[in-house]
Ligand binder design. Sequence first.
Ligand code: XMP
Length: 516
Amino acid sequence: SVLIVDFGSQVTQLIARRVREAGVYSEIVPFTTAAEAFARMQPKGVILSGSPASVLDEGSPRVPPVVFESGVPVLGICYGQQVMMQQLGGQVVLGESGEFGQAFIEIQDDCVLFDGLWAPQERHQVWMSHGDKVIELAPGFRPVAVSPGSPFAVVADDARRYYATQFHPEVVHTPDGAKFLANFVRHVCGLSGEWTMAEFRAAKIADIRKQVGVGKNGGRVICGLSGGVDSAVAAVLIHEAIGEQLTCVFVDHGLMRSGEADQVVSLFRNSYNIPLVHVNAEATFLAGLAGVTDPEKKRKFIGAAFIDLFEAEAKKVGGADFLAQGTLYPDVIESVSFTGGPSVTIKSHHNVGGLPERMNMQLVEPLRELFKDEVRALGRELGLPEAFVGRHPFPGPGLAIRIPGEVTKERCDILRKADAIYLEEIRNAGLYDTIWQAFAVLLPVRSVGVMGDGRTYDNVLALRAVTSTDGMTAQAFEFPGGFLARVSTRIVNEVRGVNRVTYDYTSKPPGTIEWE
Ligand code: XMP
């Protein structure tokens, strides 16, 4: 395994992801507990992350000495390089000007990290983000690549198997970064690269059992299902770990897409035999949404009602010690701001935030390190059907935030019907998997049309489809010619209440994916 020592960089999880992609197991641990983790894991290699801190600050984080005493290979990235140099006898100074963003390094010498990748005299694109810089290498190191802002873009001490980079190989803006990291774990640490999702599953099951306890003294876990992929994968995994100690509660707000609620219920009860409490609360939600048009008020009401209903159900089943959530890594980073200061709330995302404190429960979040596509891979590994695992993301507040203006049963039904036609056409065209998310929005606008010999005055629908890798940025999807015309004709012909269809071309930013 590889131990990743986290010094607080925004992109530490990407290091773990790249190591996973190279087929090697890794764990991220905060620098504060890295010594214990090292003793427990006996890793074959250590990677030191970047950090918002400066090694020149008093009390800034350090690498536990055991790492350097043990003789295992070490790769330092950015702050990781600086802290390595400082602890091993080099010198770091405050940079006069930093390097941020795209940069080019020039390869100066051969290095095992460049195997099959880079050769001397070549220039390669990397992504830099640093203010401080190393001015004197620690004994034993030689520079193997330089950049305009840093004579030590990559440095190597082959005898001790210590390597360090000023740039960030883990981000996609360093195009060869994944292979660079794979070279470290395979060629330097000698790890074989056969670790798979099957092993992630086994490791997480062991973690869950350890956290919750099993058998007589085991804790009780309650899991709120949203109907989406993340919470379902989390629930199935946890059920595999602790069986009947888990209770799943599906608070069905009636704002799901066509047929989805039934699909979840049948998947859990019939395919997996996981006991599921299905709370059909459509009437409660619609009543609460009556007259509400402000997007944030809708979100707040839905979030609060969800929590109330969930809590009431949890009491009925006799309470629980743990709350399980399908939190993913992007949820974790989105909630932390880059500067450490408070971040602006763009939208109040719907989750069960606040519940753990209120109900005095600890969290079980087995997917915290994963990205969406990895959760899907884990879902497949757990045997969830492809049609379920590959489903587009769907927001917690459901159709309510795709109906600007007042939400009524009638408007939900119109939207569900139009949305189903749109998605059916996308599936038939073989485009479903290339699109991150596609959906219809029912606008609070009516337009005049003519159908047969009569005048119509009906609703306008907007279609949206975006490509994205993480939902944080997105671009409008370009459909092949004729596709949107076909969908538009079908919707206007088949859905009563819609007489005009438009397409939303806005990217994110400046738009968001959802309309509210
Ligand atoms: P926005 O609209 O903020 O959406 O660009 C980014 C991604 O998040 C989804 N989304 C939500 N997911 N609860 C969720 O679980 C929410 O309240 C919520 N709001 C938006 C959205 O569908 C997109 O995938």
